[in-house]
Every structure is written in C-alpha cells, then in structure tokens.
Write a protein that binds this ligand. Structure first.
Ligand code: NAP
Length: 315
C-alpha cells in the first residue's frame, strides 16, 4: 500500500522549500521529493546579494542548505530521488518515485524551470564563475567590465540593455542574422551605444577553465567560419528556459510555452494541486518571488485540506 500524505511537494528550490516550511509549521508533515537537481537553480550560482536578510550576501548552495534545515527543523521530510509519474486523476493523487509510491491529498508542484544552455563543457565549468543565466542576479558583479550576452530573443535584448548599466561594453552574440525579439525590444537594444553586435555567430568556447574565471570567448562566424577571440569577463546565456512540466503533460493546463497556469494564487486546473516558483512564472524568476509563491501554495493547500471532502479526509 502506498504511504499516505497530506502534502507532497515536488521540487526543492526556494519555492518547494518555502512551501515545505509553511506546511510543516501548519503541522501537515509534508513530504518533499527533492528531484535530480536538488536545491534548484541556486545551486549553480555563487554569491546571492539580492535575497533579503543577507546584508553581505550568501552563497547560493548555502542559502538552499539554510532553507532545507529550517523546514526540516519543523518536521518536513525530504527524500532523495525523482518523481517518475504522477496520477492526478486518482483520488487521492498518486505520486510514484523510482522506489516508492505515495498517496497525496494535495500536491505542490515546485519543479522549476531549467535555463537552456549552449552545451559547452566550459560553460558548465564556469557557471557561477563568470557564466550566468540571470542578469538581474549577477549583473552587479560586472561593474566597469566587458561582457557578452548570447541569444536573439526578448530575454537577450532585455538582459543586454539591463547589463549596460554596469558593463562598459556588452557584446551580443546571436546565431542568425535576424533577431527573434519583438521590434520594440530590438529597437531599444540597437539604440544602445554600449551594445556591440556579433550576428550569424556562435560562441564556440569560453576561457579560462584553468583559472576558474571568464577571461575571453571564442566566437565563430557561421557563414565565413572565421573565429574571433573576444576578451570578456562575463558571459550571460539568455537562450530561453524550459519549464519542468513533462510529468504533468496532458493532466494540467499549461500555457503555449509549457508553463503551468495558476489562478487565485497558486491554484492549478485541478483542485488540490498547487504550483509555485518558476514552473508557473516565466516573468520574475527570482529566488525571493519563488519563495513568496511557495508560501502562497502552502497556505492554499492548508485551506484546501481544511475543506477536503469527507471520503478523502480518511486517507
Ligand atoms: P526565446 O524567445 O525562445 O528566444 C531564445 C533565443 O535563443 C532565440 O533567439 C534562439 O535563436 C536562441 N537560441 C536557442 N537555443 C540556442 C542555442 N542552442 N544556441 C544559440 N542560440 C540559441 O526565449 P526568451 O528570449 O527567453 O523569451 C521567452 C518568452 O518570454 C518569449 O515569449 C518572449 O517574448 C518573452 N519575454 C518577454 C519579455 C518582455 O516582453 N519584456 C522579456 C523576456 C522574455 P533562434 O532565434 O535562432 O531560434
């Protein structure tokens, strides 16, 4: 028989762990299934300077360790591993991992979104050491320096323009000669004198893995095959995000880009299933907003459980 739970939280980034803290303090004994990338995107960052309460900043992994310990202190149970399937038609819901099954009266989905990456080994090695996927988080570290943004969509334009507040020069690298971004965003970027353009070009290598910091990138022109070494101290990869929603495909309402649609706080299209953090937010994508929405999901789940139909209350 599957174990019975009031709340199963899927995902352990700031949204999932805040939902865990609040449901634990509401005495609901939540179970958190951490997922393969336990701790979420903050595990890939170094210094976090914009999470309130840490005047001198805190390392991303340390912040996640604090959040985890805080929720465990109040009775949240974490299990390693990944959810392999979810049945949202079953009542109670059925959550299956690689080695266990759980019945859940409510589910909080906090599976996040993954930044798309170029796929270069050096990009992975230097992530958080000059390579970033979040200009809002890391732009401040590049005051007075020359940096690059990769991508041709609205995010790349927005990040490039934003980064000119700090950097002396921002080189925008895009793989085609036309941009995907909306005209208004393109115009704004093109009007900015601090932005240099390398179109029809791809980043082939980011240096210097040996020193553990970004010193330059090698850009290859797609038509001429000419390679150029561009000195930069930061590379912002802005080629889109993928919400981690494949588990719920066909079971929950999602938008055209696959993000879970929420309404009235964290409610999804299925009563008793709540979503928080980047899996339902492609706009703000901040640790603090994810944590805030995790709190909302916990309170929504608590209210749902107070009014749960009699036949489920016995689970
Ligand atoms: P996006 O629109 O999917 O654009 C991704 C960009 O990255 C494209 O230019 C794409 O090139 C490029 N790319 C993808 N994979 C690549 C790879 N492996 N190597 C090199 N380049 C690669 O993503 P987004 O810019 O994050 O925007 C997502 C959604 O949010 C969009 O609907 C956008 O309008 C919206 N958004 C709106 C705003 C705003 O209005 N303020 C701001 C940000 C985002 P190709 O063009 O060649 O495919």
């Amino acid at each position: 028989m599957p174990a019975n739970r009031n709340v199963v939280i899927i995902g352990s980034g700031p949204a999932g762990l805040t939902a865990a803290l609040y449901t634990a303090r509401a005495n609901l004994q939540p179970l958190i299934i951490e997922g393969i990338e336990a701790g979420g995107q903050l595990m890939l960052t170094t210094m976090v300077e914009n999470y309130p309460g840490y005047r001198d900043g805190i390392m991303g992994p340390d912040l996640m360790a604090e959040m985890r310990a805080q929720s465990e202190k109040f009775g949240a149970t974490m299990i390693h591993g990944n959810v392999t399937s979810v049945d949202l038609c079953a009542k109670p819901f059925l959550v299956t991992t690689s080695d266990a099954e759980f019945n859940a009266k409510t589910i909080i989905i906090a599976t996040g979104a993954s930044a798309r990456l170029l796929g270069l080994p050096s990009e992975r090695t230097l992530m958080g050491r000059g390579v970033s996927t979040c200009a809002t988080c890391d732009g401040y570290f590049f005051r007075g320096q020359e940096i690059a943004v990769v991508g041709g969509g609205d995010s790349a334009m927005e990040e490039a323009v934003f980064l000119t507040r700090f950097a002396t020069k921002v080189t925008l690298v895009h793989r085609r000669d036309t941009l995907r971004a909306s005209k208004i965003m393109q115009d704004k970027a093109r009007a900015n004198q601090k932005i240099a353009w390398m179109l029809d070009s791809e980043v082939e290598e980011i240096n210097d893995t040996g020193r553990g910091e970004v010193t330059s990138m090698v850009v290859r022109h797609n038509k001429t095959a000419v390679r150029t070494r561009v000195p930069v101290s930061g590379v912002f990869v802005a080629i889109g995000h993928t919400p981690n929603t494949s588990l719920f495909r066909g079971q929950l309402e999602v938008d055209a880009n696959g993000y879970i649609i929420t309404h009235d706080g964290s409610k999804t299209s299925i009563p008793g299933v709540f979503a928080c953090g980047d899996v339902q937010d492609h706009i703000y994508r901040q640790a603090v907003t994810a944590a805030g929405s995790g709190c909302m999901a916990a309170i929504d789940a608590e209210h749902f459980l107070e009014n749960i139909p009699e036949h489920l209350a016995t689970v």
